[in-house]
Design a binder for this molecule. Structure first.
Ligand SMILES: Nc1nc2c(c(=O)[nH]1)N[C@H]1C(S)=C(S)[C@@H](COP(=O)(O)OP(=O)(O)OC[C@H]3O[C@@H](n4cnc5c(N)ncnc54)[C@H](O)[C@@H]3O)O[C@H]1N2
Ligand code: MOO
Length: 417
């Protein structure tokens, strides 16, 4: 099995790390996997290219008309009305323009040899003597030359590029029907806790429904990512067994709960028992302090705290970027917003705050939503992003810039008023 946890990974470094150090530490634990597979273009949406694509042909593939009209030799236009020598539709075999003639042509049709200008219908007049063009005609007008969009041999897409609709359009236009992409990233998700039950199961007096499992399944889901989910109680044996299995099968192991100092918080001990190591043992963030990062076998490890907001925010900030790095995607620029809230206090910990993003006077603005408390789910429903309020000696003021991580891409964009 390929070992994806990089050499920069160091065994147990106890002590709380800053948010910034932990963020960098997370990315040091992972590198692009070396497995790839070939998929058809129909299956390629959201996948990451494992090869660089060089154009095998020109686009357009041949000189062609950009308008419905007449193909002419520019020099002939001044001579007087031209006889029409034929017609070429899109898809018709290329032809040749007879001397002192105009040739009817449709958008996308092959330009006859000898023609150097296309005059749209609306700029022509049909007279008894032939076709006249009374307006001002530009040489090379309304022609698309072969290779002017993409030239044969040009690098079109580089390895690591994520395939969305524009990339799929370019590949299809170049006649490329399948591509090599990074193989699916294997994520093993383990929710732990004796109190957990699944929807539909009878709930004992102090039991709760497992929400982190389905939440993290959805939060980590992506094209090119295979998430498998298991729930284990607080049994040390079951936990070590599952971690050992996952260390052989997964690129990334994500656990939920059992990370702090409770009597049954066994994840750290179980990880150590199966030969895993911790690189980041706790982080100066609120919520999420008991977060741990490390590795075991061929897999990187993210131990999420159990409180739902802590689990969600740490998954967004640490696990999602680790998956992107495993798939070989380059990092994009951070998204910055203006804060619409003040904290009123300095903080030694970085705070992860649920916010609603709004555009105010043309500026992306983050408004704090919901009641405090990392056990709460309602703030996640009111928010559409997470704001990162960095640890600082001074309180955050309204109008300060801060980084935001949108939960998901905008779905239904309004019209500017
Ligand atoms: N003495 C200390 N106690 C706690 C500390 C600490 O530093 N010292 N840290 C607190 C913080 S911060 C957090 S966050 C939690 C994290 O604890 P664990 O990771 O050990 O998680 P649990 O104790 O098992 O559970 C915490 C909380 O979350 C609920 N939970 C767990 N799993 C799920 C799930 N799948 N779906 C929904 N809810 C879940 C669980 O029932 C608990 O209520 O520890 C603090 N304590
Ligand atoms: O991570 Mo805990 O949620 O800070 O409360």
């Amino acid at each position: 099995m390929t070992f994806h946890v990089t050499d920069a990974f160091r065994p147990v470094t106890l002590g709380m790390q800053s948010f910034e150090a932990a963020r960098l530490g997370a990315l040091r634990l992972v590198g692009p996997i070396d497995r790839s597979e070939t998929v058809s273009l129909d299956e390629a949406l959201g996948r990451v290219l494992a090869e660089t694509i060089v154009a095998p042909c020109d686009l357009p593939a041949f000189d062609q008309a950009a308008m419905d009209g007449y193909a002419v030799r520019f020099a002939d236009v001044a001579v007087g009305p031209l006889r029409v020598d034929g017609v070429t539709h899109a898809g018709d075999a290329p032809t040749r323009l007879a001397p002192k003639c105009a040739h009817r042509i449709m958008t996308g049709a092959s330009l006859p040899t000898g023609a150097d200008t296309v005059v749209p219908y609306e700029e022509t007049v049909t007279l008894r003597e032939g076709l006249a063009m009374p307006g001002s005609i530009k040489p090379e007008g309304n022609i698309r030359r072969a290779g002017e969009d993409i030239a044969r041999g040009e690098t079109v897409l580089t390895k690591g590029r994520r395939l969305a609709w524009p990339e799929i359009a370019a590949l299809a236009a170049l006649g490329i029907g399948s591509v090599r992409v990074t193989a699916p990233i294997r994520v093993s998700l383990l929710t732990t806790g004796a109190e957990l039950r699944s929807a539909g199961e009878a709930l004992p007096a102090a039991g709760i429904y497992d929400s982190n499992g389905p939440m993290l399944m959805a939060l980590l889901a992506d094209s090119g990512v295979d998430v498998t989910r298991t729930t284990v109680g607080d049994s040390y044996d079951a936990l070590t067994e599952r971690l050992a299995d996952a260390s052989r099968q997964a690129d990334l192991i994500v656990t939920s709960a059992g990370m702090s100092s409770g009597d049954r918080d066994l994840v750290r001990a179980a990880l150590a028992a199966v030969g895993g190591t911790i690189a980041v043992s706790s982080v100066a963030i609120k919520p999420g302090k008991p977060l741990a990062l490390g590795g075991v076998g061929g897999a990187a490890f993210v131990g999420l705290p159990g409180n739902p907001q802590a689990a969600a925010f740490c998954a967004l900030v640490f696990a999602r970027p680790m998956i992107a790095a495993l798939s070989g995607r380059p990092r994009s620029a951070p998204i910055m917003a203006l804060s619409a809230f003040a904290t009123g206090h300095s903080s030694e910990k970085t705070e992860l705050v649920p916010v609603a993003l709004e555009t105010v006077s043309g500026q992306l603005t983050a408004r704090r939503v919901g009641q405090p408390g990392s056990h709460r789910l309602m703030p996640l429903l009111a928010a559409d992003a997470l704001a990162i309020v960095a640890a600082a000696n001074a309180p955050l003021r309204a109008g300060d810039r801060l980084e935001v991580l949108p939960f998901h891409p905008p779905e239904f964009q309004g019209v500017p008023s």
